[in-house]
Design a protein around this ligand. Structure first.
Ligand SMILES: [Zn+2]
Length: 136
């Protein structure tokens, strides 16, 4: 898990600030402003210069094209996303909405990391079993 996942990306301004090297123009449907408004923040690197992630569903998307629409692509690739389903501009998100979104974000984050934790636990259990066997 990257450190950025732990940061608070709930605010559109914070997400916008992550787009430092965004390769698309400010007139396109995937300008950094539109990306941030659609829930995305930048997690790209040299190999993947247009990789973004949704702060709620944690879906990662790249391979953007100038004529794409940030919101539409988000909706196509993650129709289950609670941010997409809420379908409100940032300025209309109430405290109640924000609270519910945060709950979903935590849940999605847990779902994503839980299998890794289980896997690590299994490995540890296996090791302990072997250590015990060697005792006798
Ligand atoms: Zn999403």
């Amino acid at each position: 898990m990257k450190d950025k996942d732990l940061f608070d990306m709930n605010l559109e301004e914070k997400r916008l600030k992550t787009f430092k090297k965004w390769p698309f123009s400010s007139e396109s449907g995937i300008s950094k402003e539109k990306m941030a408004a659609a829930g995305f923040y930048f997690i790209g690197n040299k190999r993947e210069p247009d990789l973004v992630k949704c702060y709620i569903c944690l879906k990662e998307l790249d391979g953007w094209e100038e004529e794409d629409s940030a919101w539409e692509e988000h909706k196509i690739h993650a129709p289950y996303c609670q941010f997409i389903q809420l379908n409100k501009p940032n300025s209309e998100i109430t405290l109640q909405d924000a609270h519910e979104l945060e709950m979903h974000r935590m849940l999605n984050l847990t779902k994503k990391i839980l299998p890794k934790i289980v896997e690590e636990f299994k490995k540890e259990a296996q090791k302990t079993r072997e250590d015990l066997k060697n005792l006798f």
